[in-house]
Write a protein that binds this ligand. Structure first.
Ligand code: PSU
Ligand code: MN
Length: 301
């Protein structure tokens, strides 16, 4: 198999230790250098501080790497957008041709699952884009959550997406959307979307029980834990929504489509907010790393 699992990660999987997968699109396409590398390394440290084993995932020379070295993380950060963003449809081509690839939520789930990693922490998932009724732009992340047995801990989805439609698709596909300490779907930079999650969970043990029950029932697919950004780091909803609207109209006027949409919007929002959104983004990933590792620990306890 075209998969290289870091020996420490391999050993931890074998011994049912709490391994936590991390994605590389957030590094190469989601944040600028050098904050992307600093964040990725700090997230790994938070996972370790909570007693977990981090496994950052990406593709190097056609090989799926599960558990990158700090040097590899540095390379993903530095090369940035020169590394192709790889979703489900791209995966076979990128690996067959020996290319590098930054894995999205979808492909990080696929490679994590192949290696036997059951938990994955990120910032935000892809979803149904605004205007999807015309463009049909729906992230492959949703399809992957429907079929691959990996629990994903995130801060909800950004308001660059159509959040009500994203929830509807997750419902259709049978993906449990759990609110960590909240009844409301968090909207990434802010704690509130005005939308209800399926169910509120308050402890790592609550989540572990639900995941175990889902597996017992042989209901294939992921579980999505949405963990709100801490109050003190969250952004002003009116301000961020205005910025998002501006970024969306610029995207339309530039004619940006398909897989370029998400990276464009992330960069634009960071640019307009003068780094404020980037700071919030970094903090929410840290928070997810802590909660995700606690959930993985409760699951394997
Ligand atoms: N949302 C974010 N930050 C990100 C992404 C999404 O807030 O970095 C990345 C993730 O890798 C996600 C991908 O899987 O974008 C979704 O891209 P698309 O919409 O093209 O499927
Ligand atoms: Mn898309």
């Amino acid at each position: 198999m075209n998969l290289k699992v870091n020996p420490e990660v391999q050993e931890a999987i074998k011994n049912r230790k709490p391994v936590v997968a991390l994605e590389s699109t957030i590094i190469s396409h989601g944040m600028p250098y050098p904050q992307n590398v600093e964040t990725a390394l700090q997230v790994e440290k938070i996972v370790r501080d909570h007693g977990g084993i981090p496994a950052t995932i990406g593709i190097i020379d056609g090989v799926g790497i599960v558990g990158m070295t700090p040097e590899e993380i540095e390379a993903f950060g530095k090369k940035g957008q020169d590394i192709p963003k790889v979703s489900r449809r791209d995966l076979a081509t990128i690996m067959a041709t020996g290319s590098w690839g930054a894995t999205t939520v979808a492909t990080t789930m696929i490679l994590a699952n192949l290696a036997g990693v059951e938990f994955f922490v990120t910032g935000g998932i892809g979803g149904v884009h605004r205007g999807a009724e015309n463009t049909f732009d729906i992230s492959a992340d949703l399809e992957e959550l429907a079929r691959t047995n990996v629990t994903v801990i995130c801060a909800g989805a950004k308001a660059i997406l159509d959040l009500p439609k994203t929830l509807e698709v997750l419902e259709t596909k049978g993906v449990p959307v759990l609110g960590y300490g909240t009844d409301e779907l968090p909207a990434f930079y802010t704690r509130h979307s005005g939308l209800k999650v399926d169910s509120r969970v308050d402890t790592p043990e609550d989540v572990a029980k639900i995941i175990k029950m889902k597996r017992e029932l042989r209901l294939d697919g992921g579980v999505l834990i949405t963990n709100p950004i801490p109050e003190e780091e969250s952004m002003n909803p009116d301000a961020i929504n205005k910025v998002i609207d501006d970024a969306l109209s610029e995207m339309d006027s530039l004619g940006i489509k398909g897989k370029e949409c998400t990276p464009f919007l992330l960069a634009k929002v960071a640019e307009i907010t003068g780094g404020e959104s980037l700071a919030a983004n970094i903090k929410l990933v840290f928070n997810n790393a802590a909660v995700g590792t606690e959930i993985a620990k409760a699951y394997f306890a």
